[in-house]
Each structure stands twice: as structure tokens, then as C-alpha cells.
Design a protein around this ligand. Structure first.
Ligand SMILES: Nc1ncnc2c1ncn2[C@@H]1O[C@H](COP(=O)(O)OP(=O)(O)OP(=O)(O)O)[C@@H](O)[C@H]1O
Length: 459
């Protein structure tokens, strides 16, 4: 097989030579260009499997070259060479379509990692699976709406880039699923995808969880522990609920992203890391920045490219297909035939507001699957909370029923409130409890007292 060929664009002969030597040692043929003009000529004559381009060139801006290659030669990944510490231009380049960047002075191990990742992009298109027709698609992210088509197409593009992605959207809209897909469809998919819920780690443990620690760093540190960054090395770290990161950790995270190095607690040396960061939150991060609860500089670095997951309310046309897909998954988990859904049940689902989005739909279907008889899901089996609002009270079904005693009446209201909080948080008891201003234990106790069984929180 022919060697891949890289185009190296830099006006400094020393750098060109260093890059050429490094790439040639990796069995990559090279063509060099000292300015934009020479680079354009080279691109016009042949295909390249990679381009390394300096930011500042004698006859123009490297970012223009990134844009041109991105549009005219979309199969050629371009990495930008930026001045040390100049994250602004690196971010600009990523936004313009560069797949990654490397800062000067070029660290050769970082460069080699980058080149290996870029060449994997040439392998035959995994991204394809999410661009096929929905009907018989292998793509785990379902939905035939135009909004979901757009999401899948953006995910396929993001999988080719190494840029940090920030995923927004309400709880249960599929943010984690989207992050996993970006990883699976991309060149890092042989390496780990590590997901961490930043809201679920106690603040005092966060640094050692993320960065690891050395034996003896603190009481109880009886052996070295690998942090999540190192665990995700070569792969992707998914920082879920990133808005919940305390300010003290935000500073440390910013440093790690900038330097691509982590220092475990109690260690004297830093470890190099090669991790793609994908973050998500259901909160409005820009507003958290305005409230000074989230650092602007970190926001800027995490939110290089934003992916928004639309709520299920905005795409009711997805409900029938999603329902079928989820029922097939549930049935196959239990090795049972796929149940049939009565038209009245489907109709109720299509008119439900789904504050907990796809997760809520999934929970409703799991429950219905367990309760239904003879493989037929009826409206009753869905056991959905009636969220329709009473015109008299303005509240959902809260009038006292004829003959209902005070205790039963209060229990019913309490049950509605607890269920509503669970629905709003997609079944997450910790979040539901905090929404109601009570402790997790008290929430669980009340659920038990009222006979509401629920799944334990996974995260
Ligand atoms: N478009 C979809 N197609 C198929 N399954 C989906 C889709 N969207 C979400 N799901 C499923 O719904 C559940 C919730 O999705 P996920 O955990 O990714 O949501 P999330 O937005 O990260 O939620 P949270 O903000 O609460 O963490 C998962 O089981 C996921 O597989």
C-alpha cells in the first residue's frame, strides 16, 4: 500500500524540516509549502491525507487555508500550528474546521498522537451509519424529524474533529448518547469513553477523582489511584452536568485543557494526556457565566462547538418511531417478543408533554412492558401522570375527591408532587429531591411511604 502523504505549510525552514523528519519516520511522505500560494498549488495537483499549517504565513492567514481545505477538500484533515499559549487562535481554527491544533514549540509526542488520529480519519466511513435512512438504521440515536436529522449530521462531522464539544438540552434528551456517538464514530473509538457526572461527585473528592492521587497524598491514600483523565487517555472524557463544577475545580480544569497535562494530587510531576473533552449540561451555561458561577474562559474553551439536543416536545413526530425502537430494545433485553401498543396508548404518548424527554418515555415503556398482559400495552399500562391542568385550581388534579379524608387527600397531593419532580428530572431521585428542597433520604423515605417504587439512580 502507498504511504499516506502530508502537506506541511510553514514559512520557517527549521520547522518544516522538523515536521518532515518526524512524519517521514512515521512512513508518511511529505510535500512542503512556504506560503499560502505554494500550498494552494500543491492542493490543486494531488490529494493529501493530512495537512499541517502554520497560523501566520507571509501571504495570508493559515485560518483561510483551513476554511478552503474544509470546503474544497473535506477529506483532508488540517491541523493548525499555533503560537504557544494562544488558545484564541486555536479555538478560531477549530471553529473554522481544523480537526485539531498543536502549539509551538511542537512537542513531538503530541504531534505523533495527532498524526495517528488524523490518519485514522481516512479509514472507511464509520460515520455513514448515522447518515443512512432511519427506517433500518444502525444508528442508536433515533428520530425521523428534521431536527434529529440535523443532529445526526452534525454528530458525523464532529466525530471527524478533535474540537471540544458542548452539548446542551433538557434532561433526558440524549446528551450522553450523542457524546458516546461522537466518540464511537471518530478515530478515538479504540480507546476509552469515560463519562463523569460532575454533579454527583462530592466537591472534596473531585480533584482526586479527575486527576488521581499518589500514595500518601492524604489520610486514606494507601495506594496510587489513576484519575479519570488518565483513564480516558487516547479517548474521550465526557463531563456531564459540567455547570455543577465548583469554581475551584474550574480553574484546575482550565489549566489541564490548556496544558494537556495533569498533576495527580500529591505528585511532583505532571503527566501528559491526550483526551478529547465533551461536556454537557441541562442548565444555561452562558447564564451561569453571567451570574459569575462559571468561569468565562473555561466556558469559551469547552463551548468551541455547540450541539443542541431538541426536547421531545418540539418533535412529537419522533414519538411513534422512538416508542417502537425503545420497545424493541426493552423486549430484547428480557428476551421476550416485542409487545403491541394499542392505538389509544400511542395517542396518549403523542399528547404527553414529556418533561423528562426520551428517558421519561423509556421509563414509561419499561413499566408498561412489565405490567401488560398478553403482549398488548393498553392506555392503563402506561400509568402516566395526568399533567393536564384543572381550570379551577390551576393545578394538576388537586381538588379533594368526594368522600376523601384529609390524610388520603394530602397523600395524593404529595404523591403528585413527588412524581412530578421525578418526571421533571427524568427519574433522577437526587435531582428531584434537590428540586423540592429536601434531602435524598427524605425523598426516598416519602416515596417508600407512598408506595412509589422507583429505579435506583445510576449516577
Ligand atoms: N434519539 C434517541 N434515540 C434512542 N434513544 C434515545 C434517544 N435520546 C435519548 N435516548 C435514550 O434515553 C435515555 C436518556 O438519554 P441520555 O442519558 O443520553 O440523556 P441526557 O440528556 O444525557 O440526560 P441527563 O441530562 O439527565 O443526563 C437513554 O437511555 C438513551 O439511550
Amino acid at each position: 500500500m502507498d504511504n499516506p502523504t502530508a502537506l506541511i505549510v510553514d514559512d520557517e525552514p527549521d520547522i518544516r524540516e522538523l515536521l518532515e523528519l518526524t512524519l517521514q519516520r512515521m512512513d508518511i511522505d511529505t510535500v512542503t509549502a512556504a506560503d499560502l500560494g505554494q500550498a494552494r498549488n500543491a492542493l490543486a495537483t494531488r490529494n493529501f491525507q493530512l495537512c499541517l499549517a502554520d497560523m501566520r504565513l507571509p501571504d495570508g492567514d493559515g485560518i483561510d487555508l483551513v476554511r478552503e481545505i474544509h470546503e474544497e477538500h473535506p477529506g483532508t484533515p488540517v491541523a493548525m500550528i499555533t503560537a504557544h499559549g494562544n488558545m484564541e487562535t486555536a479555538i478560531q481554527a477549530l471553529k473554522a474546521g481544523a480537526f485539531d491544533f498543536v502549539s509551538k514549540p511542537v512537542d513531538l509526542s503530541v504531534l505523533r498522537n495527532l498524526v495517528v488520529t488524523a490518519l485514522k480519519l481516512q479509514e472507511p466511513g464509520k460515520q455513514q451509519i448515522c447518515e443512512d435512512d432511519q427506517e433500518d438504521s444502525q444508528c442508536p440515536l433515533r428520530g425521523a424529524s428534521a431536527a434529529m436529522d440535523k443532529v445526526r449530521s452534525l454528530i458525523s462531522k464532529l466525530a471527524r474533529s478533535q474540537a471540544p464539544v458542548h452539548i446542551t438540552g433538557e434532561s433526558g434528551t440524549g446528551k450522553e448518547l450523542a457524546a458516546r456517538l461522537i466518540h464511537q464514530l471518530g478515530p478515538r473509538n479504540d480507546n476509552p469513553f469515560v463519562a463523569v457526572n460532575c454533579g454527583a461527585i462530592p466537591h472534596e473528592l473531585m480533584e482526586s477523582e479527575l486527576f488521581g492521587y499518589k500514595k500518601g497524598a492524604f489520610t486514606g491514600a494507601v495506594a496510587d489511584k489513576t484519575g479519570l483523565f488518565v483513564e480516558a487517555n487516547g479517548g474521550t472524557l465526557f463531563l456531564d452536568e459540567v455547570a455543577d463544577l465548583p469554581l475551584s475545580m474550574q480553574v484546575k480544569l482550565l489549566r489541564v485543557i490548556q496544558e494537556k497535562m495533569v498533576r495527580p494530587v500529591g505528585a511532583t510531576e505532571e503527566l501528559p494526556i491526550n483526551v478529547r473533552i465533551i461536556s454537557a449540561t441541562h442548565q444555561n451555561l452562558a447564564q451561569r457565566v453571567q451570574e459569575e458561577a462559571f468561569r468565562q474562559d473555561l466556558y469559551y474553551r469547552l463551548n468551541v462547538i455547540e450541539l443542541h439536543m431538541p426536547s421531545l416536545r418540539e418533535r412529537p413526530e419522533d414519538i411513534p418511531g422512538l416508542t417502537q425502537h425503545l420497545l424493541e430494545n426493552i423486549a430484547s433485553n428480557y428476551q421476550q417478543p416485542v409487545p403491541e401498543l394499542q392505538p389509544a396508548a400511542l395517542d396518549a404518548l403523542q399528547h404527553h408533554p414529556f418533561p423528562g424527554n426520551v428517558r421519561e418515555l423509556e421509563n414509561i415503556l419499561e413499566r408498561a412492558f412489565a405490567l401488560c398482559d398478553d403482549g398488548i400495552i393498553t392506555l392503563d399500562d402506561l400509568g402516566m401522570l395526568d399533567l393536564s391542568v384543572s381550570p379551577e385550581t390551576g393545578k394538576a388534579g388537586q381538588a379533594r375527591l368526594p368522600g376523601e379524608n384529609l390524610e388520603d387527600y394530602l397523600a395524593r397531593i404529595e404523591k403528585d408532587i413527588l412524581l412530578e419532580a421525578l418526571e421533571e428530572t427524568g427519574g433522577n431521585k437526587t435531582s428531584a429531591a434537590s428540586r423540592l428542597g429536601i434531602s435524598f433520604r427524605s425523598f426516598r423515605y416519602r416515596l417508600g411511604k407512598l408506595g412509589i417504587a422507583g429505579k435506583d439512580d445510576e449516577k
